[in-house]
Design a protein. Structure first.
Lengths: 336, 336
DNA sequence: AAATAATTTGAAATCGATTTCAGGATAAAT
DNA sequence: ATTTATCCTGAAATCGATTTCAAATTATTT
């Protein structure tokens, strides 16, 4: 614990500079002295102090990720993509959980920015575009998942919510549905807004009148979907399909249906979003929209690392990725 | 970005020492000079360099957590417990995903140990007890979730697997089952071993002969449970209940049953472990064992911080926590 | 064998903060 | 008014590594 580079140097009979050289292979060292140093390191059980190292070398070879909720598999997959690509480029990844709190998000970002990491990736950040840009202006490396950012130094990647929402509605319409419930996540979330937009556009394309009473909000979780669905059932509205903001909420829909003996898909079609691992395993299997979560993380961090290495800003730094509709049992049924 | 404490000091017309004092409120400063310093900080947009600060003060007020898989809600809940208690004590928490790889676990632990954090918490670590103790001996603060560690400086918290496994089997036996499948997670995992032990003990207690062919292995995930169940069905064995290593695997069992039109619980009772959020939402609702995940994280980190502050080792540093069986639809059925 | 080039090595500066120690200013006590 | 105690402040040391620069060593060329 208390062994420092000078101790190793003393034991090996060389200078600290030389020990540093063998440690980092930063310049050539005679194989003989190298052996002496290695032996000393081994015998003393020396571990270099990363804090001192980072201070002097002005880098840490780590990337920080701030995630809104560590208990959401959607984000976990993105992080896996980030981690694997970063790791392959010798970067380590540390993750901070903002717990959907703006204040915590800001605090953790401050922690990361204060040179603890070389760059930070914000996943579905709560803070505004302006705040993000301001931080970037101060000279910190940033990247953003889940939102388009208008700033030439911030790589970002996001999905075309409007497009896939239209596809979902189109699919339901083709199967004979005209009264389609839209179960939104947080009403404030940008994703919710864009998905609603796609839903509305698709309705218009098919000359289906919009019925505002078919919109309900949940919280992107099972309970939210369940409660929202109960409210709808209680209102005795006419509808034959549900487009849920994500698969967790769709599972809530399943439960609400089970309680009322409503059969999926014959009485009610359900489509979720995210292609959660469970969606293949529940009964009936859940139709959903597959987002290339892993790839999104991987692509973004690749770009970020590129940018840090070359120390210049690429022309192509924003990525809008496509999602694909996966039709499974919960909506694979044609109404006459 | 390039603004340092000396710049602030110069602008405010004071020494760096004084700036440091207002920053850390480490000793009293005249309200007049304090105002000058604050103004300079504000105008320059100064952020202290945490690396330099940590080097000098020999602490970072952060705790690192190494988790085997960031995409497992079981661990996520533990981390929430850790994070909230740590945060309340002014500690920040950073998380590293070892992705079930021993090598990655070791690398991330090295990263954390090199003074990046003040202490590290290992969740269900892959490395051996000996390795963990060795690291502690070098003077690093460690704590462990999910395993008992024989070392007077390492707080640890773990569940009584044997006990709740016996309870699960007891519950099934009371409902008329005698041929109970045991779906293990990884065969090597200590949890799997202890749960098997509980299963065997309970059988013995009820004078039920052990049938080795009723043991199958999965991987703690949906697919593992599904595949294992298919293998069992294919062998045409006689059984009326399944005790799955966790809820994800139980969901795999659900799917395998759905495909063969086997009704749960009337034809097959199912019990999982972990009380995953989905377990309340699937149909039928899943009987499971609730582990106090959040509390485990919270309790452990509280002890860890205590130990760091007081700089002494408490008498009570190991915690064996109890879990409770939650009977729901999937096993709430009495065979005659 | 001498001169030159290339390679190793070490002393000292450096990264950017905190902290110690001592001196100066101010307040309290005599 | 002088002494004593208290409070602020700054100069310099420090944390533990890396990195620069120059000296020393070794290898190469003539």
């Amino acid at each position: 614990m208390d062994i420092k580079i000078v101790d190793v140097a003393a034991k090996a009979g060389v200078s600290p500079a030389t020990v540093s050289r063998v440690l980092n292979e930063s310049s050539s060292v005679t194989s003989k002295t190298k052996a002496k140093v290695m032996k000393a390191i081994e015998e003393l059980g020396y571990h270099p102090n990363a804090v001192a190292k980072n201070l002097r070398s002005q880098k840490s070879m780590t990337i920080g990720v701030i995630v809104p909720d560590i208990n959401a598999s959607y984000f976990a997959e993105i992080i896996k993509g980030i981690e694997n690509v970063a790791y392959a480029s010798k970067y380590k990844v540390i993750i901070c959980d903002a717990e959907n709190q703006k204040e915590k998000e800001a605090e953790y970002l401050t922690l990361l920015m204060n040179r603890t990491v070389d760059a930070a990736i914000l996943i579905a950040p709560l803070m505004s575009d302006e705040e993000i840009c301001q931080i970037s202006e101060k000279g910190y490396s940033l990247a953003v998942v889940g939102r388009y950012i208008e700033h030439d130094r911030i790589p970002c990647i996001y999905t075309d919510n409007v497009k896939f929402s239209k596809e979902v509605v189109q699919h339901l319409v083709e199967n004979g549905h005209r009264d389609i419930v839209f179960l939104s996540g947080y009403a404030e979330a940008i994703d919710s807004y864009e998905r609603l937009e796609g839903y509305l556009k698709a309705l218009r394309d098919h000359h289906i009148p919009f019925r505002p009473e078919l919109i309900e909000n949940g919280n992107f979780n099972e309970e939210g979907g369940y409660e929202a669905m109960k409210r709808l059932f209680d209102k005795n509205l006419r509808f034959t399909a549900v487009f849920a903001a994500n698969d967790e909420m769709a599972l809530g829909v399943y439960k609400a249906c089970a309680e009322r003996d409503i059969a999926i898909p014959s009485q009610l079609a359900v489509v979720g979003v995210d292609n959660n691992r469970i969606s293949k395993y529940i009964t009936p299997t859940l139709s959903t929209v597959n987002q290339p979560k892993y790839t999104m993380g991987a692509l973004l961090v690749e770009k970020l690392i590129d940018q840090m290495n070359e120390n210049q800003f690429h022309d192509k730094r924003t990525f809008k990725v496509d999602s694909e509709l996966i039709v499974r049992g919960s909506s694979n049924f044609r109404r006459e």
